[in-house]
Ligand binder design. Structure first.
Ligand code: ZN
Length: 305
């Protein structure tokens, strides 16, 4: 398969890439167009910008669905433009640089020198327009909504809604054909975020990776995300073992373990152990409260006083 366009609705395009099975977006208005994510490297971004110029010569603005490198390392090809995102530019640069170094090292370990070089020479372009809550962006004759999601696949997810066409660009909140990635996720909050975003019942839902699909597919994945959250909670409370959760979940053992790892990372640290006896008696706090669930029949004789 080579890279290709799919027109999912009137002047709403999805660019399907072979690399990472990514889905980038393009929404064209009468006056300008909105580019949704820019790909994994400067080279990928350049190829994407060239493909866009075959469809439209209108000026562009860019939206980042979140800060993971594969969604924004291609932006240098887009020159000076408004770039919308939830997290601020300074965060993008420092986190981006960290990811760039990590990716380059990984590709070198895998003897993929061309990819390593392509990432290493990708100049990072931070966002310059911040989205907090929701922003309606008028592209001329059509308004798209850039919506901050809250905690889900990352702590800075943003989706793009095209209400007149019934299209939702969901970023990595949804993945088609591969399990969702929990490496920086919030397993408990994620499913509710998707439920909320599906509230207006979009006709077409574009995942960050994999083929565009419909509302019912997205709803199914929201249900699976909720099951993972439930399993995490049950493992945390000792109702299930990690092995049971790994064996019985919608996305497979690896994804379940990643979700559980993330859950543990987010859990508050256990209380400090009591200090060793050192001659001084250890300072003891008040005893824990005793909770009694039985109904007690108090029989107080007031006449005694
Ligand atoms: Zn991601």
């Amino acid at each position: 398969m080579s890279d290709r366009w799919i027109e999912v609705a009137d002047r709403v395009w999805v660019r399907r890439l072979e690399e990472l099975d990514q889905s980038l977006g393009l929404v064209v208005g009468d006056d300008c167009c909105l580019v949704v994510d820019t790909g994994i490297s400067a080279d990928a971004g350049f190829a994407f910008a060239t493909a866009i110029r075959e469809l439209t010569d209108l000026p562009w603005q860019v939206a980042y669905t979140h800060d993971h490198f594969d969604h924004w390392f291609g932006t240098s090809a887009f020159g000076e433009s408004a770039i919308w995102a939830v997290a601020d530019g300074a965060h993008y640069i420092s986190f981006g640089d960290e990811q760039r170094q990590r990716r380059v090292a990984q590709y070198r370990r895998e003897n993929r020198e061309d990819e390593a070089r392509s990432i290493a020479r990708s100049r990072l372009i931070p966002p310059n327009c911040r989205v907090s809550g929701a922003v309606g962006l008028n592209l001329g004759g059509r308004t798209v909504v850039l919506r901050q999601v809250g905690l889900a696949h990352s702590d800075n997810d943003m989706v793009i809604e095209v209400p007149d066409a019934g299209v939702l660009f969901a970023g990595d909140l949804l993945e088609n054909g591969a399990p969702p990635s929990y490496s920086a996720a919030f397993p408990l909050e994620w499913p509710q975020a998707v439920e909320y975003l599906l509230g207006w019942k979009p006709k077409v839902v574009v995942p960050g990776h994999g083929e565009p699909a419909d509302y019912w597919w997205a709803r199914g994945q929201a249900r699976d995300l909720a099951e993972v959250a439930r399993l995490c909670g049950e493992v945390a409370q000792g109702f299930l073992t990690e092995e049971e959760a790994a064996a019985h979940n919608p996305f497979g053992p690896e994804t379940m373990r990643e979700a559980l790892g993330r859950w543990r990372e987010l859990a508050p640290p256990p209380p400090e152990p009591a200090p060793e006896a050192s001659g001084e008696p250890a300072v003891q706090g008040p005893p824990p409260p005793v909770i009694i669930y039985d109904i007690i029949d108090y029989n107080i004789d007031m006449t005694q006083n």
